[in-house]
Design a protein around this ligand. Structure first.
Ligand code: IVH
Length: 671
């Protein structure tokens, strides 16, 4: 396509996609189906790839990217980001109202807003373009998390008017994203987040913006940093302006003339809050007129014209009927309370983990007790306490068995651990859990082998260890209950495909103690083949940064077992890949490369390499590829038809290579 017509189309697509994005993520009213959006985005990506000089920072293709430094830069807030005083009951709110009326008289309007439970951020726009996003920090100095905030699709990269403005709001993780994220974490044997707030904060503190991008965060704006020339005269007017500029503001806000109206709003939302798609931890009540706010002023910590009403955590009473024991793949026995179903914060709760025996003792929990239940972080059910007054004498003590409920071997409590464990490596419950883990998504990812099918195959003795999965036949599968020919054939295909997985998936799937998905990747990257890993000593393993004593010793112990050697031979014979297939590690010797530590920009059309190949290879040689030319750029690689980036680099006196020079460097280093 001609450059000028490409430019027209690129701008057209950028505007259209930004508008669709706004309709979807801010207004919650999509006007086109997702496939249409994806199609146009693909077209834009392609055009921008061919004409990189047409990429602008507000292009919808530029949400995920930016350099990843080791630490977040500090950002000074031009106006401090204050916090709020708290109210816990009606009396506290009436006291607040009295203070307000004493100070400015009876003609006041309050505005009530939902207090979103996330973390406060500040967003700065210059001439309508998003230039910086920061955390609240200590209120005076926060951290620059621009790259992560850019991934939040409801944050406009460009405003509807070219304002220079600093705005504030609450970034949060919707409940559905939180639940999905924790499920994934559990599968990967990582610690789940305690609540959506921690999950949102954790996501925004990631150095790699791709992680934040995958977390489905969202943001409601609730204020303007510096009112300046905006003409805004009230909090409600400020929120209206924010909406006009393209920001997402929360529509549940309400103006109230009296404290009784405020109390009614508070009561309404105390009831209704479970229905929301996101967590709120209270209601913020603000005096609406800015002139009144100025009159009242602020203390060093918080404004006098606003207060936060905090909800109490919802607690309900129910009966604990029984305690069920489950056996994990590492043999840990976990007790779970089976409760009379009860509604807590919007969902029915009938099970709550009791974690371990000590906790049951500490809380003196007995079968048949009336117990108080709440949801920790409003999500995870928890038994808070026993109501002793409601004991009838019929309740029964619970004690953990001495033997494993599945294999009857003796249970042991390992020194320093609270958990009881079944130590029998042949325990059928552990083996079954291990098989379920082996086929799960982050491990060998065998579609069609869900928990139920694995249990069925295990029961029928068709699989006894993970290698048996690879000798399953069509005949065996179609004879299973509820397994048709089509599903059986799909399952066999999925099993076959899993043989090609890179080593880290197998390593994680084997369920070696302390080796989670991330560690498995690092190990695979460092040792590259199963054979090399099996020969590794603890000392060699400890050379790797992320591997500590416990993990190193667990790995060596694991590979010392004879059954493990046999298992690996079986897997090899079945044709399962035992090598690492991902990008090679950036080893110390590569640092000889003249690209090591350099910031490189690619522009123009590359002929012999795709852009991704070039990027990957530069990164292997220790370089860092960024999108735009600045004083920080060390090297520009200019392909054919390079445009404005080339002239800018020439102006700045930056070293310029052509594709051949890049290839020479790459080939010289044998990447
Ligand atoms: S106004 C000076 N409005 O609550 C007033 N805060 O405890 C600053 N929050 O740090 C805050 N929703 O993170 C305000 N609608 C809302 C809010 C809200 C959530 C958070 C915010 C703030 C904290 C105050």
């Amino acid at each position: 396509m001609e450059r000028s017509s490409a430019e027209t189309r690129v701008r057209e697509l950028q505007d259209l996609l930004n508008q669709y994005n706004y309709e979807y993520h801010v207004l919650d009213k999509p006007s086109v189906p997702d496939v249409e959006y994806d199609k146009l985005l693909h077209e834009l990506k392609k055009l921008e790839e061919d004409h990189p000089e047409l990429v602008t920072p507000d292009s919808p293709t530029q949400r995920v990217g930016g350099t990843v430094s080791e630490q977040f830069k500090k950002v000074s807030h031009r106006t401090p980001m204050l916090s709020l005083g708290n109210a816990f009951n009606e009396e506290d709110l009436r006291d607040f109202d009295r203070r307000v009326r004493n100070s400015i008289g009876d003609h006041i309007t309050y505005i009530c807003e939902l207090k979103i439970d996330g973390l406060a951020v500040s967003l700065r726009y210059e001439d309508g373009l998003f230039v910086q996003g920061a955390t609240r920090g200590d209120g005076a100095i926060g951290e620059d998390i621009t790259a992560n905030l850019r991934t939040i699709r409801s944050i406009p990269l460009k405003l509807k008017k070219p304002f220079s403005i600093e705005v504030r709001g609450e970034a949060f993780m919707p409940r559905s994203s939180f639940i999905a994220l924790n499920k994934e974490k559990e599968k990967q044997e990582e610690l789940p987040f305690a609540n959506p707030r921690n999950a949102a904060a954790g996501s925004l503190r990631q150095l790699d913006p791709r992680i934040a991008a995958s977390r489905n965060l969202d943001l409601y704006l609730y204020g303007i940093g510096e009112i300046g020339e905006t003409g805004v005269q009230s909090q409600s007017g400020g929120l209206d302006l924010l909406s006009e500029l393209g920001f997402k503001t929360n529509n549940e806000r309400r103006k109230c003339k009296t404290i009784d109206d405020v109390l009614e709003y508070v009561a309404e939302w105390t009831e209704k809050r479970a229905e929301l798609q996101y967590d709120i931890d209270g209601i913020v009540i603000k005096v609406d007129a800015l002139s009144h706010q100025e009159e009242m002023g602020a203390t060093a910590k918080s404004p006098r014209w606003a207060i936060a009403f905090k909800f109490p955590a919802e607690e309900v009473v129910t009966i604990l009927h029984d305690i069920e024991l489950s056996i994990g793949r590492t043999g840990v026995i976990t007790p779970t309370a089976l409760l009379e179903p009860v509604l807590v914060a919007g969902t029915t709760v009938q099970r709550a983990s009791l974690h371990n025996e000590d906790l049951i003792r500490e809380k003196d929990i007995r079968l048949g007790d009336h117990v108080v239940v709440k949801k920790a972080g409003d999500i995870i059910p928890e038994v808070v306490s026993v109501i002793l007054e409601r004991r009838t004498g019929e309740e029964r003590h619970f004690s953990m068995p001495d033997q494993c409920p599945a294999c009857e071997s003796d249970l042991a409590r390992i020194e320093g651990e609270v958990a009881l464990r079944c130590l029998n490596p042949k325990c059928p419950a552990q083996i079954q859990e291990g098989l379920i883990h082996f086929v799960s998504r982050n491990a060998m990812n065998i579609d069609g082998l869900g928990e139920k099918v694995v249990a069925q195959l295990f029961r029928e003795k068709l699989i006894e260890d993970v290698a048996d999965i690879y000798s399953l036949t069509m005949d065996q599968l179609i004879n299973l209950e509820r397994m048709g020919e089509k599903s059986a054939s799909n399952l066999l295909k999925a099993i076959e495909a899993s043989k090609e997985n890179s080593l880290e998936k197998l390593l994680f799937g084997l369920g070696i103690r302390h080796v989670g998905a991330k560690a498995a990747k690092t190990i695979a990257q460092n040792f590259e083949t199963m054979d090399r890993l099996r020969e590794a000593s603890e000392e060699e393993l400890l050379q790797i940064n992320e591997i500590g004593d416990k993990m190193a010793s667990a790995i060596v112990t694991y590979f010392e077992q004879e059954e493990v050697s046999e298992l690996i031979i079986e897997l090899k014979e079945a044709g399962v890949n035992l090598t690492y297939k991902g990008p090679k590690l950036q080893r110390a010797e590569n640092l000889d490369s003249s690209l090591a530590g350099k910031t490189v920009v690619l522009t123009g059309k590359l002929v012999q390499l795709t852009r991704n190949e070039a990027k990957e290879k530069i990164e292997i040689l220790g370089g860092n590829v960024t999108g735009s030319v600045s004083k920080k750029t060390d090297l520009l690689v200019a392909g054919e038809d390079a445009g404005s980036k080339l002239s800018k680099a020439q102006e700045l006196g930056i070293t310029i290579w052509d594709e051949d020079q890049l290839l020479e460097e790459i080939n010289g280093q044998e990447v």
